[in-house]
Write a protein that binds this ligand. Sequence first.
Ligand code: XMP
Length: 319
Amino acid sequence: DWTMAAFRDQAIEEIRRKVGTGRVICGLSGGVDSSVAAVLIHEAIGDQLTCIFVDHGLLRLNEAEEVVAMFRDHYNIPLVHVRAEDTFLDALEGESDPEVKRKTIGRLFVETFEAEAKKLGGADFLAQGTLYPDVIESVSFSGGPSVTIKSHHNVGGLPERMKMKLVEPLRELFKDEVRILGKELGLPAHFIGRQPFPGPGLAIRCPGGVTREKLRILREADAIYLDEIRKAGLYDAIWQAFAVLLPVQTVGVMGDGRTYEFACALRAVTSVDGMTADFYPFDMDFLGRAATRIINEVKGINRVVYDVTSKPPGTIEWE
Ligand code: XMP
């Protein structure tokens, strides 16, 4: 795409002009936006960029390893992998209120990020993968204090606190354009095509209290579900698909024994921008196959249900 090639070259020039010989820190979430921003900025200024990846222990199966491998080994981008699982999970212990969970994660994210940035000796610029819709969103709420819908991604207040200027090279782009730019920058197609994943991660897919054991169960179920979706060739037709571990144990029978384990909900929606969504109309064979595999292969789940709620009135995530 020649247009995006031109955008890329222009963006690289602009980043160089803005940053000069300064140092830039970029928070990587593992998502497409921050990844594309990081690779673009690295092309522009090389090792003046350091990425900080705060691993909060709430990512999907193998996700952290994949992010680290891609950035450090494939792109050779200086990357600090902050293993903060204990910090986050200890703080979440016993907490079941969705808003408190989100706020706890958001606060710890900023604190962890800030501490790591200090260890690096600080930086002149903070890079973010802010997109055009994010810009519009914050403008349309600008009557009062800014309303944060995506509390994790928006590292609000951090630039001022750390006296850093912002570098946001994707500010003019929509999501589909970011994907084209990512392709232009050589990011692998499977990475660029990844479905969105919320900042608070699996914490908001474990309604109620979050424990390490629940996260283990949820990760395994989610991976099987997505594996079945990929095998059925449906991954790209779906905006987001994921498992939710319900805080409910149900009675079942396995072999000649009684089981008493968790129920798991499967969610899949189509959407253009996440603002509205329709549940995905899987055929029953598919759902049966996914459910059977999850119940047979995941220790801790003995029942699977499918969520047929659209947005509105539901939200995409359960919390
Ligand atoms: P809801 O559940 O509000 O989600 O219908 C809409 C979209 O936003 C994602 N989402 C979040 N992303 N931080 C994020 O970065 C968050 O706190 C958050 N909450 C929801 C959700 O996955 C969906 O794509």
